[in-house]
Design a binder for this molecule. Structure first.
Ligand code: ADP
Ligand code: MG
Length: 472
C-alpha cells in the first residue's frame, strides 16, 4: 500500500494535519465555550444585581408588583433570560413574563436554591434544561435585607446560540483542514516527484552499469543528499570504469608478455627440426629456448606473487631479524653477477645489528629485486652502495647505484605492472616489468614507505622503511 515515496509522505502528512486540527479544534471549542459562558454569566449577574434593589424596594412596599414585573420583562428581552424570584422558603412568587406564571407558587428544592438561600452566587449550565425544553445556563443571586438572605433571583438563559457559534467554528476548521490537505497533497506530489525522479535515474543507471556499460553517469546537480549520492555514485562508476580498463590492459599485457617468448620458442624449435642444422647452431638455438622458458617461468612466478599479494592471501609471517644480515646474504647470492660486471659493493651500516619486525622472506625479495635492478642498469665497473640507518623509530634502508638512472618521465611509471623503461632496450636486459610492482605491494602490506630518487645518467637510490623491533 505504501510502496511509493509519494504515498508514504501523503499518508504521514495527512495524519499529522488531522491530529493538529483535531487538537486545535477541540481546544478552540473549549476556549470559545468558556469565554461565552463567562461573559454571559457576568452579564446576567450584573443585571441581577440591578434587579436586586428593585426587589428590595418591592419587599419594602416602595414599588408595586407590576413595576417589578415590567423591569423583569425588560431584562428578559434584553438578555433573553427567564427570571424567577423566590422567597426564603423556595416558593416562586415573581416571574419575568406571562408565559412563565405557571411557576408561581411552586416550591423549588434543588441544591442550587438552598445554596443561594445560604447567601452564595451560583452560575452553572445544564441543571434546569428539562424545565425549559432545551439547554439553559442559570445564574442564582441571593437578595440580602439587613444582612440576611430574604429572597433569591434565578435567571435562565437558553444556550442554543453558543451551539450555533460552535458549529460555525467547526465549519471553519473542517474547511481549513480540507484546504490544507489539498495543498499538502499537491505540494507533496511535486516534492516526491523531485525526490523519486533522481532515485529512479540512479536505479536505471545502476542496471546499465551492472550490465557492463561502465561509461554511464548520473546527471543530478542538486546540492542535497541525493546530489551527494549522485556524486558518490558517479565516483564509484569512474572507479569501476578504471578498474575495468586496468583489467583489460592487464590481460593484454600478460598475453603480450607470454606471446613474445612463445613465438621465439616456436621459431627456434622449428629451426631445430631442420636436419641440416649444424651442431653449433643447434646448441645456440637450444640455449635461446632455455633462456626464453626461463623468462616465462619468471614471468609466471611474478604474476602468481602479485595476485597472491593483491588478493590478500599472502599472510605476512612477521618475525624479528637483523636486516644487515639479510642484506649481506643477498649480496653473497649476487656475487657472481657482481663479479661479471666488475661492480664494487660498499655496505655502510650505521648501527649493527638493526633488528626489525617484518616478513623476512618478502623483505629478502624486496632487496634482491632492488639489487637485481641496480646491477642490471649499471655499466661495468660501477659501484653499489647499500646503507642502513635508524631514523625516527624506523629502520631506513637505501640501495644506491651509479647506473643509467631513470628519466623524470619514467619515474612516475616504474611502479606500474609491466612497465619497463627504455623501450628500445635489447631482450638481453632481462625482466618482466613486474619487479617493482611486487616490491611496492610488499612494502605496502607492511604499512611502510618506499621511494625513489634518480637522475638520468647519474644513478638511482631506492629507499624504504621498516619497523624496528622494540623489545630489545
Ligand atoms: N636501479 C635502476 N636504475 C635505472 N632504472 C631502473 C632501476 N630500477 C628500475 N628501473 C626502471 O624501472 C623499470 C621497472 O623495473 P622493474 O619493475 O624491476 O622491471 P624490470 O626490472 O623487469 O624491468 C625498469 O624497466 C627500469 O626502467
Ligand atoms: Mg626488476
Amino acid at each position: 500500500m505504501f510502496n511509493t515515496v509519494f504515498k508514504r509522505l501523503v499518508s504521514v502528512y495527512l495524519v499529522v494535519i488531522l491530529i493538529i486540527f483535531a487538537v486545535l479544534g477541540v481546544s478552540m471549542m473549549k476556549m470559545f465555550e468558556n469565554y461565552y459562558f463567562e461573559k454571559k454569566s457576568e452579564a446576567l449577574i450584573a443585571e441581577g444585581q440591578k434587579l436586586n434593589s428593585t426587589v428590595i424596594k418591592y419587599l419594602n412596599n416602595q414599588v408595586t408588583y407590576e413595576r417589578l414585573g415590567i423591569e423583569m420583562e425588560s431584562i428578559e428581552r434584553f438578555l433573553n433570560a427567564k427570571i424567577w424570584i423566590i422567597d426564603k422558603m423556595g416558593y416562586v412568587y415573581g416571574v419575568s413574563s406571562r408565559s412563565e406564571t405557571k411557576w408561581i407558587g411552586r416550591q423549588l428544592t434543588e441544591g442550587d436554591i438552598v445554596n443561594v438561600l445560604k447567601g452564595n452566587v451560583v452560575a452553572k449550565r445544564g441543571s434546569y434544561d428539562e424545565y425549559f425544553g432545551g439547554p439553559v445556563m442559570t445564574v442564582g443571586i441571593p437578595i440580602f435585607i439587613n444582612g440576611r438572605v430574604e429572597n433569591g433571583i434565578f435567571m435562565h438563559s437558553p444556550i442554543y446560540e453558543i451551539k450555533e457559534t460552535l458549529n460555525e467554528t467547526y465549519k471553519i476548521i473542517i474547511y481549513s483542514m480540507l484546504i490544507s490537505m489539498v495543498i499538502a497533497v499537491v505540494l507533496l506530489y511535486f516534492i516526491s516527484q523531485k525526490i523519486s525522479k533522481p532515485i529512479k535515474e540512479i536505479n536505471e543507471i545502476t542496471k546499465v552499469i551492472a550490465s557492463g556499460e561502465f561509461n554511464k553517469r548520473v546527471s543530478i546537480m542538486s546540492k542535497d543528499e541525493i546530489g551527494q549520492l549522485a556524486i558518490s555514485f558517479n565516483h564509484m562508476a569512474v572507479e569501476l570504469d578504471r578498474l575495468e580498463e586496468m583489467r583489460k590492459g592487464f590481460i593484454a599485457d600478460v598475453s603480450h608478455e607470454l606471446r613474445t617468448p612463445l613465438t621465439l620458442i616456436k621459431g627456434y624449435v622449428k629451426g631445430l627440426m631442420d636436419v641440416q642444422l649444424s651442431e653449433e647452431r643447434k646448441e645456440e638455438y637450444l640455449d635461446i629456448i632455455y633462456k626464453e622458458t626461463d623468462r616465462l617461468t619468471e614471468l609466471i612466478n611474478n604474476l602468481l606473487d602479485l595476485s597472491k599479494m593483491e588478493s590478500g592471501k599472502n599472510m605476512l609471517n612477521v618475525e624479528k631479524f637483523d636486516i644487515n644480515e639479510l642484506i649481506r646474504r643477498n649480496i653473497i647470492n649476487y656475487s657472481n653477477k657482481l663479479e661479471d660486471k666488475d661492480i664494487n659493493v660498499e655496505a655502510n651500516f650505521k648501527f649493527d645489528p638493526v633488528l626489525v619486525m617484518a616478513d623476512k622472506e618478502s623483505i629478502s625479495q624486496v632487496i634482491s629485486n632492488l639489487v637485481d635492478n641496480a646491477i642490471k642498469f649499471m655499466n661495468n665497473g660501477g659501484c653499489l652502495f647499500i646503507d642502513t640507518d635508524i631514523k625516527e623509530d624506523k629502520a631506513l634502508i637505501s640501495i644506491k647505484d651509479t647506473g643509467i638512472g631513470i628519466s623524470e618521465e619514467d619515474l612516475n611509471n616504474i611502479w606500474q605492472r609491466f612497465y619497463k623503461g627504455d623501450k628500445s632496450r635489447s631482450r638481453q636486459v632481462k625482466g618482466t616489468g613486474l619487479g617493482l610492482s611486487i616490491v611496492k605491494e610488499i612494502i605496502k602490506s607492511h604499512n611502510e614507505q618506499i621511494w625513489v630518487e634518480s637522475k638520468a645518467g647519474e644513478g638511482t637510490v631506492f629507499s624504504f622503511t621498516l619497523s624496528l623491533c622494540n623489545n630489545e
